[in-house]
Design a protein around this ligand. Structure first.
Ligand code: NAG
Ligand code: NAG
Length: 359
């Protein structure tokens, strides 16, 4: 009798343990992430993102994140029952990273300086995907040495690969001497570089990879201000710049084709496309539904149209309620916007497998 009761208790306890282990989603023990300032949680060590008013909403101090609070990757981590992802940089040579690490660096491009030197005779010193993947392998060689150990570690990890590639276009579009058509020429190489990066982490053993697309850049305050036009036909019905949004959509379309190729080459790997364009357009199409006033105006900046005219720093004009804004500093979004975008990826409809169902 006694032993039956204790067996029943054991069973119940066992089931409870199992449920606890499964957590809120369950399948990922850790996250590894790559990308630029959209996802960097503190690798880039200097800049205005290390000063107030950055970080004021959630952390109550700056953390190196380009927002007033959490980023999309922070919402992924929390929804998956994991701690916020530490930046890899400060602990690259010592960290054990039991729940993963973030290799994303502010200002990173997909393509290397070498590419732009050879193709366009440009000498630039930007960070890029190559260096992030190098750091990743250095860390893997320490925390899971050997091919088999690395494979096993990555098999129950989630890899978030981006957003990356946005800066490959930004730098070009913000130089007025340059033709805006040129980025269309190198866009296929940006896509190929992202695809090759994804294949590289698959070869190391990754089994679930989330690949986000680019945002509707024609709705971003710096683009709206720098490329303003007196032709009404340059704007869509939401007052965003048509040409630049079409450009982002083209990037995303090519990225989806590349993901299709990667899927057929790696049938046992889940590669999820995250539609950041569609998710961000929610605010533009229907700002009131998300409690946003004007989605095209930045919370932190100047008196110009779109909140431009002054950088985001302590002397900026700072809105009283960041949660009523989608855009934070004229480039990056508010925690509020990132939360809504993350929910659209975690629960759908802005991911072809909602991330919480990817287990
Ligand atoms: C490449 O750029 C450098 C520096 O701007 C310039 O001096 C040189 O003439 C350029 N070369 C070509 C082939 O355009
Ligand atoms: C529109 O802008 C262009 C170039 O910025 C300028 O040359 C043109 O005169 C402007 N047209 C009107 C109607 O303001």
């Amino acid at each position: 009798m006694g032993s039956i009761i204790s067996m029943a208790l054991l069973f119940v306890f066992g089931v409870m343990l199992l449920n606890a282990d499964v957590g809120s989603c369950g399948c990922f023990k850790r996250i590894f992430a790559f990308g630029d300032s959209i996802i960097d949680t503190g690798n880039f060590r200097t800049g205005s993102m290390w000063m107030p008013p950055y970080g004021g909403t959630y952390f109550h101090h700056p953390t190196g994140r380009c927002s007033d609070g959490r980023l999309i990757i922070d919402f992924y981590a929390q929804a998956l029952g994991l701690p916020l992802l530490p930046p890899s940089g400060p602990e690259e040579n010592t960290g054990k990273f039991p729940t993963g690490a973030n290799f994303a660096v502010w200002g990173s491009f997909a393509l290397s300086p070498d590419y732009y030197r050879k193709r366009y005779n440009l000498s630039m010193g930007h960070a890029c995907l190559d260096s992030q993947l190098r750091s990743f392998k250095t860390v893997l060689a320490r925390i899971a040495p050997g091919k088999a150990a690395t494979k096993s570690l990555l098999s129950d990890s989630l890899v978030v690969f981006g957003e990356i590639g946005g800066n490959d276009y930004n730098f070009w579009f913000f130089d007025p001497r340059r033709s805006r058509n040129t980025p269309h020429e190198y866009m296929p190489d940006v896509i190929t570089r992202i695809g090759a990066g994804v294949q590289e982490v698959i070869n190391l053993g990754a089994k679930t990879i989330l690949v986000p697309g680019n945002f509707p850049i024609g709705c971003i305050p710096v683009y709206l201000n720098d490329h303003k036009s007196n032709k009404s036909t340059d704007y869509d019905q939401f007052s965003c710049l048509k040409w630049y949004n079409a450009f982002s959509q083209k990037h995303n379309q090519l990225l989806k084709v590349e993901i299709g190729r990667l899927r057929s080459r790696n049938p046992s790997v889940k590669i999820i496309y995250a539609d950041y364009y569609g998710a961000a357009m929610e605010f533009v199409r229907n700002p009131k539904r998300n409690g946003v006033d004007n989605p095209l105006v930045a919370c932190c900046g100047g008196n110009g149209p779109y909140g431009t005219g002054h950088g985001c720093d302590q002397n900026a004009k700072i809105c009283r309620e960041p949660s009523r804004f989608a855009n934070w500093d004229q480039v990056h979004m508010t925690e509020k916007a990132y939360n809504v975008i993350a929910n659209g990826v975690l629960n759908g409809p802005y991911a072809d497998i909602p991330l919480l169902h990817a287990c």
